[in-house]
Design a protein around this ligand. Structure first.
Ligand SMILES: [Zn+2]
Length: 220
């Protein structure tokens, strides 16, 4: 009897995972060149809205960030997230590309920052609460909000206090390490490929150039 219940649980879990995978692929297809390039600007904008709603559910974000397109981000900046205002900015130029993949991944990346912020704020609240009420529920919620030894606390400090927006330090900080790892996973789930890999390779080259430049400066 108990084996049957367990088998049933596994069956349902696999079924849900399959549906989730299919939904992600379905959303990803809309951003592929063959479909994306046919859309008008208004249709693209609607698609972005729908995708943001989809990703908010996917990431379990309860406090939906506001968002807008902008033409005033730096030349190579695809998006930005402002944790104090819970606001996402996306480079408008991404709408003009033939494929929408970079746009979709940028949305995923910035929403991941909103998710990090949410985990941080939730865990801070629970910390306050659990000082007085050390119930099992609070403890469980605390661990759910702090997977892998409290990254949420580290994320919060990084995001609100010590964020680095450019230079090699950008890649090493906890919130960006996590957001870029998430982006790579998301790319596999949406498109079945790591779309950013090529872009990141290029960025690494620039980074190495910068480091060499620093070294030479020090040496000379
Ligand atoms: Zn980021």
């Amino acid at each position: 009897m108990s084996t049957n219940v367990w088998d049933e649980f596994l069956r349902i879990r696999d079924e849900l995972l399959k549906i989730r995978k299919e939904n992600l692929r379905f959303e990803g297809d809309k951003f592929k060149r063959k479909n994306w390039s046919k859309l008008s600007t208004v249709e693209k904008s609607n698609q972005v809205n729908a995708f943001i709603d989809f990703m908010i559910k996917e990431l379990n974000i309860t406090n939906k960030p506001t968002w807008s397109f902008s033409t005033s981000l730096g030349k190579d900046v695809a998006g930005a997230y402002y944790p104090l205002r819970n606001k996402i900015i996306i480079a408008e130029s991404l709408l003009c590309k033939k494929s929408g993949k970079e746009l979709a991944l940028t949305i995923g990346h910035e929403l991941r920052h909103a998710y990090q912020r949410q985990l941080y704020l939730n865990s801070e609240n629970l910390k306050k609460v659990s000082g007085r009420y050390t119930t099992a529920e609070n403890r469980i919620l605390y661990y759910i909000n702090n997977p892998k030894h409290e990254p949420a606390t580290e994320w919060g400090r990084n995001m609100f206090i010590s964020y680095i927006s450019e230079g090699p330090g950008y890649w090493k900080q906890p919130v960006e390490k996590d957001a870029h790892a998430y982006e790579a996973d998301l790319s596999e789930m949406l498109f079945g490929q790591n779309f950013r890999k090529e872009i990141n390779k290029k960025l690494k080259k620039i980074r190495n150039k910068y480091l060499n430049f620093q070294k030479n400066k020090r040496g000379g």
